[in-house]
Ligand binder design. Structure first.
Ligand SMILES: [Zn+2]
Length: 80
């Protein structure tokens, strides 16, 4: 496998959509090729960042309202 092929297949690889034999070939290339290993790392962190942005836009619990936090703390205090 060449570096170009590895990059072409990377998205499918990360989504688990490659056939096992092909994903094994890709694993072997990654183990031997520091450049593709670095590419994989930056690709992954890009995906992580875009996931975070989406979560923020959808009002994920990261943006939990202060009122709700206080209500939970109060409930815990009463229960304790
Ligand atoms: Zn490579």
């Amino acid at each position: 496998m060449t570096c170009q092929e590895m990059i072409d297949f990377l998205a499918d690889y990360l989504e688990g959509e490659l056939p096992e034999s092909q994903s094994h070939t890709l694993d072997q290339h990654l183990a031997l090729c520091p450049e593709c290993e670095a590419y994989l790392q930056s690709y992954r962190s890009t995906i992580d960042l875009s996931t975070l942005v989406c979560r923020d836009r959808e009002g994920h619990p990261e943006a939990m309202p202060e009122d709700l936090v206080q209500a939970i703390l109060e409930a815990r205090r009463l229960a304790g």
